[in-house]
Ligand binder design. Structure first.
Ligand code: NAD
Ligand code: MLT
Length: 542
């Protein structure tokens, strides 16, 4: 089910914090008038019971927002992740259900990069094992001979935010840093960290004394460090993972360590957390394991808690989804500026849904005038939302592109700087399969109010709000009188009439749009259709 897009007052908004978060989150929500509920450590069954009626879920990495949870959450509008990785949210199901998924990508970057460096230092000097031995009463150096970092090569896999922090710190330790990031390389970009050479993964593995992983867990990165890639690593190298379990084939890593090909590994994350008893990497002297501590510093937790609470509050108060991974990013200021055009675009889409006889297969949207970039894209999306927002389809700004793709609707967007006599115009053409049926509607804003200025070949000035009655009829004397009599006789008032000939087809046909003060009854529609001169009657709600 798709949640409604109606605004909610803070007092009516139910926000459920599902994982342990800094108190800062609650304080921040309160400053905006929200009172969140806190229920942590819920199983999937418990979540399914808890989420109906909830408008926002706030999570860290423990809560799994599965399809079952999302489908039970009948009012859910947003999932806010206090952290970076969103692999614990079924993003596809969230998008299908029109739920915004947002994260806080900057809050724990430094802290996690620092953990990777701490793990590297700990590995190189056996610090955890030395501490365990001393606590056990030993005061011996045997078996604790370390390795200097200075002059060694660190291979950073994933040179994004955290990878860059790790790389910069390692350069400070006088290490040579190399990196692999296919997205930076593919865009022809230079390394974002000076002096860091970008290489293919295989080359990086062969050359590195230490390898640290900083890539997201995706289908394409699962088991990135496979048995074959482990075999490429330099003999005696060490592997660090403070990104995600699932990036490394853990069984193959245990074999590589057993065979002495690798000297050690430090893992903050595992494929299964917490690991099952008897996990092949637990309890080994050459492996350091920490319980997903990457973001666990006071600073990072306060950052992500306040960021997620600010973002969710802004989402409910201003309708802006910052750091959303499945919704467009438009600033509150832009959204305020283009608000009348957003309404117009939705009305244009909605008009065409009701105007077209056949299912729409192609939508051509031309935004003309001063609107640019993200704002123009947002208006295209708003048109699509209008087209697909029927009771059955329930489209919103998250799921509309997906719904369009599922229905085989092609979207063609165009920009034109010249809007003629207008400041801005939005022109939309909807066509059925094979282009058999095609209708155009063009709108603009007068003052702050939407206006349709053209429908097919009819130039008009139509206020597209409320109940619209469209007739297509033979252009003969007396026909308008017959229509007016029937409409008036049914007790419905005509507030405005726009009339023109339909030059598209039969020139003897006229097109009329009556703005009505209330919806016409079925009886009135039937009576109108029964008029001899009438070809088409359509009732359009905007
Ligand atoms: P980011 O998006 O800034 O960087 C990820 C980088 O990985 C990008 O530059 C991307 O191009 C690159 N990449 C994607 N696929 C790749 C591949 N196959 N090979 C090499 N590079 C690839 O993200 P970030 O903020 O740096 O975070 C990275 C990951 O760290 C997150 O996705 C999250 O899972 C994890 N993380 C873990 C903790 C923790 O507590 N241990 C904390 C924060 C983040
Ligand atoms: C993240 O992706 O941000 C990490 O998993 C941090 C966390 O929430 O513990």
């Amino acid at each position: 089910m798709t949640p409604s897009t109606q605004r909610l007052a803070p007092a009516e908004t139910r926000i459920l914090i599902c994982d342990e978060l800094s108190e800062v989150a609650i304080e921040t929500f309160r400053t905006h008038g929200f009172e969140p509920e806190v229920r942590t450590g819920m199983s999937e069954d418990e979540l399914v019971e808890a989420v109906p009626g909830v408008h926002a879920m706030v999570i860290r990495s423990a809560t799994k927002v599965t399809r079952r949870v999302l489908e039970a959450a009948d009012e859910l509008r947003v999932v806010g992740r206090a952290g970076v990785g969103i692999d614990n949210v079924d993003r596809q199901a969230a998008t299908e259900n029109g739920v915004v998924v947002m994260h806080t990508p900057l809050g724990n970057t430094v802290t996690t990069g620092e953990l990777a460096i701490s793990l590297m230092c700990s590995l190189s000097r056996h610090i955890p094992r030395a501490d365990r031995l001393t606590r056990g009463g030993s005061w011996k150096k045997k078996g604790l001979m370390g390795t200097e970092l200075t002059g060694k090569t660190l291979g950073v896999v994933g040179l994004g935010r955290i990878g860059q922090v790790a790389a910069r710190r390692a350069i400070g330790l006088e290490m040579k840093v190399i990196a692999h990031d296919p997205y930076i390389s593919a865009s022809g970009g230079e390394s974002p960290v000076p002096s860091v050479e970008l290489l293919e993964l295989e080359e990086l593995l062969k050359r590195s004394d230490f390898v640290t992983l900083h890539v997201p867990l995706l289908d394409s990165t699962r088991n990135l460090i496979s048995a074959e890639r482990l075999a490429l690593m330099k003999p005696g190298a060490r592997l660090i993972n403070a990104a995600r379990g699932g990036l490394i084939d853990e069984a193959a890593l245990a074999v590589a360590l057993d065979e002495g090909r690798l000297a050690g590994a430090a893992l903050d994350v595992l494929a299964e957390e917490p690991p099952a008893e008897g996990h092949p990497l637990l309890g080994r002297d050459d492996v350091i394991i920490t319980p997903h501590l990457g973001a666990s510093s006071h600073e990072a937790q306060e950052n992500v808690a306040s960021m997620v609470a600010e973002q969710i509050s802004t989402f409910f108060l201003d309708g802006v989804a910052h750091n959303a991974v499945n919704a467009p990013a438009v600033s509150a200021e832009t959204l305020r500026e283009i608000a009348p055009y957003v309404l117009l675009a939705e009305q244009l889409g909605s008009f065409l849904r009701q105007r077209c006889e056949q299912p729409v297969r192609k939508l051509e949207i031309t935004v003309s005038g001063e609107t640019e970039g993200a704002a123009a894209d947002y208006l295209s999306l708003a048109t699509l939302v209008g087209l697909l927002r029927s009771a059955e389809m329930g489209a919103n700004y998250v799921n509309a592109p997906l719904l369009a793709a599922e229905r085989g609707i092609r979207i063609l967007n165009a920009r034109d700087e010249d809007a003629g006599a207008y400041q801005n115009l939005i022109k939309v053409r909807a066509s059925g399969k094979g282009g058999d049926e095609s209708h155009v509607v063009t709108g603009t804003i007068f003052g702050r109010s939407p206006r349709f200025v053209r429908i097919d070949d009819l130039h008009l000035d139509l206020d597209p709000s409320g109940h619209l009655l469209m007739t297509q009829h033979h252009d003969r004397p007396g026909v308008m009188g017959q229509i007016g009599t029937l409409v008036g006789g049914s007790g419905v008032n005509i507030s405005r009439l726009e009339l023109g000939s339909n030059e598209q087809g039969d020139s003897s046909l006229a097109l009329a749009f009556f703005s009505l003060d209330r919806a016409p009854t079925d009886g009135l529609i039937q009576d109108l259709r029964a008029l001899e001169a009438i070809e088409e009657v359509r009732c359009i709600e905007l």
